[in-house]
Design a protein around this ligand. Structure first.
Ligand SMILES: Nc1ncnc2c1ncn2[C@@H]1O[C@H](COP(=O)(O)OP(=O)(O)OP(=O)(O)O)[C@@H](O)[C@H]1O
Length: 275
């Protein structure tokens, strides 16, 4: 992506972001709540109104029709049809993305939902519902999976299971962009992007993250990077501020202009939806 700028409501969430993401890896997108992870993912799958810049995915402009079957997106909220069984949900979504009906069975098996295939979605546990969303995103074997906090709220065993699935998919040639709040999940990724206030403040690998910060855990390493970033920003702002004036705070850039309706409800996309 080049110069990607996104404004949501009055806030400039992403400001002229340049980023190159390699294929064939698990790329972790980490950062505090509100740092812009979902917004960035939405721009990559072509579901975000942008203010400027370009996003190219698998060689095509983000959101192109030709990417519909090549990119799978799992949103933060598991939004499946509660009055359908797991199998019915996945058969339905398979039809929508143009995948063969047999693909529903494949993703059910792959996500460990065989025992729940005939169960009504409303009776699933949170973790199971979550896996149905992941299964939906996997329909049609997309080359790129964009997963927004797929492990949120899951216990460590289920989290480990899901990371096992992600690794298996990448070993088979897929690329995965996955966001998380849980910093120790960083060590499971091939590459890490740490976001803060709409900027990528670290683009690194798990090994390099620990080496460069001297921290013992990913969580400590991130805290150190954030502290460094804060110091750097204060220094820059201090240099630019006239003596005697108040130093501006380090919040996100606000803008009075509004680019029209961009409601929270826009996050409730169908699971497995294609751009
Ligand atoms: N529909 C919207 N209208 C206005 N502002 C929004 C909207 N959606 C998100 N924002 C704002 O954009 C910023 C980035 O939000 P985003 O959801 O991308 O962050 P995030 O890093 O994914 O957070 P989380 O980890 O909590 O999901 C936040 O300040 C948020 O309040």
């Amino acid at each position: 992506m080049r110069g990607l700028t996104v404004r949501r409501g009055r806030t400039t969430v992403l400001d002229r972001l340049d980023l190159d993401l390699p294929a064939g890896e698990i790329i972790g997108l980490l950062g505090p709540s509100g740092s812009g992870k979902t917004t960035l993912m939405r721009a990559i799958v072509g579901m975000q109104i942008t203010r400027g810049g370009t996003v190219t995915v698998l060689g095509r402009p983000a959101g192109s029709r030709s990417l519909r079957h090549r990119v799978g997106y799992m949103t933060q909220q598991a939004s499946i049809y509660e009055d359908l069984t797991v199998e019915q949900n996945l058969r339905y979504f398979a039809r929508i993305v143009g995948a063969p009906a047999a693909d529903a069975a494949r993703v059910i098996e792959r996500t460990g939902l065989t025992g729940q295939a005939r169960q009504m979605a409303r009776t699933l546990s949170g973790g199971q519902a979550n896996r149905v969303s992941l299964a939906a995103a996997m329909l049609g074997e997309p080359e790129l999976l964009v997963l927004d906090e797929p492990t949120v709220g899951l216990d460590p065993v289920l989290r480990a299971d899901l990371w096992g699935i992600f690794r298996g998919l990448v070993d088979e040639g897929a690329s995965i962009l996955v966001s998380s709040h849980v910093m120790d999940e960083a060590t499971r990724c091939d590459r890490l992007l740490l976001m803060r206030e709409g900027r990528v403040i670290a683009d690194t690998t798990p090994r390099e993250l620990l080496r460069s910060t001297g921290a013992a855990t990913a969580e400590d390493a991130f805290l150190r990077i954030i502290e460094r970033d804060e110091d750097r920003a204060h220094r820059l702002l201090g240099e630019r501020t006239e003596p005697g004036t108040t130093r501006p705070h380090l919040g996100r850039h606000d803008d009075r202009r509004n680019d029209g309706p961009d409601r929270r409800s826009d996050r409730r996309e169908r699971p497995g939806s294609r751009p």
